[in-house]
Write a new protein. Structure first.
Length: 271
């Protein structure tokens, strides 16, 4: 198995950065290998640093083996001058900043050569995320191994062939949890329209989505299409509902339009 980087500096420890750091430590990253740079650490991050050998906002004398950028994307211009000395030609820079391309990052970190860009999603905060990443040609096999080990600590991980796929990943898995939450809202609203009380409507909708997701996880060898067919009796109630959802302009067409809009917006944000 790939070794952990000997020295890793995390820049930004908000909700996502903090969740990633916790995942790394839970997966075995030695606390003494981790330095966190966060000007406004939450009580959770301060407590995390206090429990182990994690350095929080120390002066850093030399560039680390790996520099992970997890600030807000709009903060990059502000923080880049201060962290640029940490990105040496031998440092792997891993960014989870939405909309910031590898070229954009290298322009702000002029010494950087090895740069990877990743798109995690919100369930990474509970170890159930989905992350995809792309790396430039200067990222070595060892450095790719570091990325895989770190990003797999918070859930499933996939490599992209090149950076051009990041916007599509953003549209599907990056924004995807919101689509599931919106589906749950819509299902609860539909239950109310059928005459059920709001509390019961939400309980039924939420429990149904949670249970279906868990069933799909446990039956990972079975395709979603087969799972759908397994609960659809010919001529039954589910078939009647699916006839509407699968009609022209239905669920699949709406999802295509929604993700296309997200993909286009991601491209706009990348400039």
């Amino acid at each position: 198995m790939t070794q952990w980087p000997a020295r890793l500096v995390l820049v930004g420890a908000g909700k996502m950065g903090g969740a990633m750091a916790q995942g790394w430590l839970d997966a075995g990253l030695p606390p003494s290998s981790l330095t966190i740079l966060e000007p406004n650490p939450s009580p959770e991050i301060a407590s995390l640093a206090a429990r182990g050998d994690i350095a929080l906002n120390p002066p850093i004398a030399a560039p680390p083996e790996m520099l992970v950028l997890a600030t807000k994307p709009q903060s990059l211009d502000q923080v880049a001058p201060g962290i640029a000395p940490l990105a040496s030609p031998s440092t792997l820079v891993l960014s989870i900043l939405a909309g910031k391309t590898i070229a954009n990052l290298m322009a702000r970190l002029p010494q950087a050569r090895s740069v990877a860009r990743a798109m995690p999603n919100l369930p990474a905060s509970i170890g159930r995320g989905v992350t995809a990443a792309a790396a430039n040609p200067d990222v070595s096999a060892e450095q790719r191994g570091w990325c895989e080990r770190l990003l797999s600590a918070n859930g499933a991980f996939y490599w992209l062939d090149d950076e051009s796929g990041i916007d599509a990943v953003t549209a599907i898995s990056g924004s995807g949890p919101a689509y599931v939450f919106a589906l749950t809202e819509a299902l609860a609203a539909a239950a109310e329209r059928l005459g059920l009380k709001p509390e019961l409507s939400l309980g039924l909708a939420r429990g149904t989505v949670e249970g279906a997701a868990e069933l799909m996880r446990r039956e990972s060898a079975t395709s979603p299409a087969t799972l759908r067919q397994n609960v659809t009796s010919p001529g039954g109630t589910t078939a009647a509902a699916l006839a509407v959802l699968q009609s022209p302009g239905g669920l699949e067409d709406l999802m295509v339009k929604a993700t296309a809009a997200a993909n286009a917006r991601a491209a706009e944000l990348a400039g």
